[in-house]
Design a protein around this ligand. Sequence first.
Ligand SMILES: [Fe+2]
Ligand SMILES: [Fe+2]
Length: 242
Amino acid sequence: MASPRRLLRTARQLTSAKTPLLTSQSPRHVSTTPSPPLPSPSSPPLPPKNLKPLTESQREMLSSFLRVNQAGELAATLIYTAQTPPILAREPHLRPLMNHMYDQEADHLRVFNSLIAKHRVRPTALYPLWSVLATGLGWSTAVMGKEAAMACTEAVETEIGGHYNAQIRELLKMVSEWEAEGYDVGEEFTELISTLRRIRDEELEHLDHAVEHDAQKAEPHWLLTGVIRAGCRGAIWVSERV
Ligand SMILES: [Fe+2]
Ligand SMILES: [Fe+2]
């Protein structure tokens, strides 16, 4: 059977394929909060945009995407915050790597905090629970050792990479349908898809770092990663809804 990493790589290639829609030169804009750019006095007037309003189910889908992504990125920052002191106490040479991964997670969290605020999406009601669980997961795997901490990152990023790929596929399907119906897509959706791709790639970079740093030498690797991956899937399912 293909490994999770290989499957994620394949999914990444599929969801990275540039479509004419997303590389179109004409500006497009669809939003629940329209704010078209103002032309400067010297520039020619922008062509009118043919935008399709979001349906109720599309609004709900986008809200749930932002809600679960914000919760996941909060959890990621807390996992690395809790892991870093115990890991660095034994492996001080890992400081640049831990700082690098934390900084990227903090940037992801800023992105979704700002999108949640901009679109007035309700954050998950389980924020406090996820915070406690993420901190506990980070700390407990780090005190087990570097290998267990890296296995935690491997498991989490395997699930999160697949999760972002699924969202990207859904959004590409939605905007393709708009284009097939003759509508414009809008800069906000183009930007959202490209932001999700960037974040997905950074999560998969973390997965690579974890494997390079002995994640698969954790004992017992199958149990640790199996439990953590199941926990991630459960947390994603709940955060999309609550
Ligand atoms: Fe992240
Ligand atoms: Fe990550």
